[in-house]
Write a protein of this length. Structure first.
Length: 248
């Protein structure tokens, strides 16, 4: 009897171990290499998306103080800069209200003092909804390659003149595939954290993701391509392979 019980305990322990290993393979964060970026506040050391109740928590840690650097104001939209903490995902662009299969759907936390692309919200509470671009805020963007931005470079996908694509209700009116939801980012210490309602994204069980810090530039002619990824500061995986999986 003792031998039988021991055998059952051993089998049960083995099954639990197998389940734990399977969970570890299917759900994990990304640990970046410290020192890959010139600025510590863009040097990614950890990236994750975690399920917490009804939300997905997007989190990125850097080796310095998150959000310490912001673009220098130029006084005009044309040629201005955008700094970003970005989570490229495997989600389809249709998940948030764009047309299906438009490119890489990425969640981003950005700052850009020369323009405001959250016209529905007054982030600084001063009664003016059009002067908050310098504050860190959230977007969904669709990224696609465009050689006119540089060899192998990406851009936020432009909306062709005259086109009438399906767009999210919180699209800010710019001629690019960008959404401006009211998901407030929290930048504290070394970490950027944003809570996103999972129900708004449909099936999120098998999401893959990566972490990127980058600088974008608005075209000097304010024309397509409107917003190019001009500088990639760091990539959590090193190769944009989207190795991350959503964790509980």
């Amino acid at each position: 009897m003792t031998r039988f019980l021991n055998a059952r305990r051993s089998a049960r322990a083995g099954a639990i171990m197998s389940l734990a290993l399977a969970a570890g393979v299917s759900a994990h964060d990304i640990k970046g290499t410290k020192g890959n970026a010139a600025k510590p506040d863009f040097d990614i050391v950890h990236t994750s998306i975690t399920r917490a109740g009804d939300d997905l928590v997007f989190s990125m840690a850097v080796s310095g103080k998150a959000g310490a650097s912001r673009p220098t104001p130029s006084g005009k939209l044309a040629g201005s800069s955008v700094y970003s903490y970005v989570w490229p995902t495997s989600l389809n662009s249709g998940a948030i209200g764009f047309e299906e299969d438009q490119g890489i759907l990425a969640f981003a936390v950005t700052s850009h003092p020369d323009f405001d692309d959250t016209p529905l919200y007054d982030e600084n509470g001063d009664g003016d909804k059009a002067n908050d671009g310098n504050l860190w805020h959230s977007h969904w963007v669709v990224l696609v390659p465009d050689e006119s931005c540089g060899k192998g470079a990406l851009k936020i996908r432009d909306i062709e003149e005259g086109a009438k694509p399906r767009l999210p209700s919180t699209w800010p009116g710019l001629p690019i595939l960008i959404d401006s939801p009211a998901y407030k980012p929290d930048l504290a210490g070394a970490r950027v954290v944003v809570r996103v309602p999972a129900a708004a994204l449909g099936d999120t069980k098998d999401i893959r993701f990566d972490g990127v810090t980058a600088g974008l530039r608005i075209n000097a002619s304010v024309h397509a391509p409107l917003a190019c990824v001009a500088d990639v500061f760091d990539i959590a995986s090193g190769d944009l392979s989207l190795p991350g999986r959503v964790m509980k």
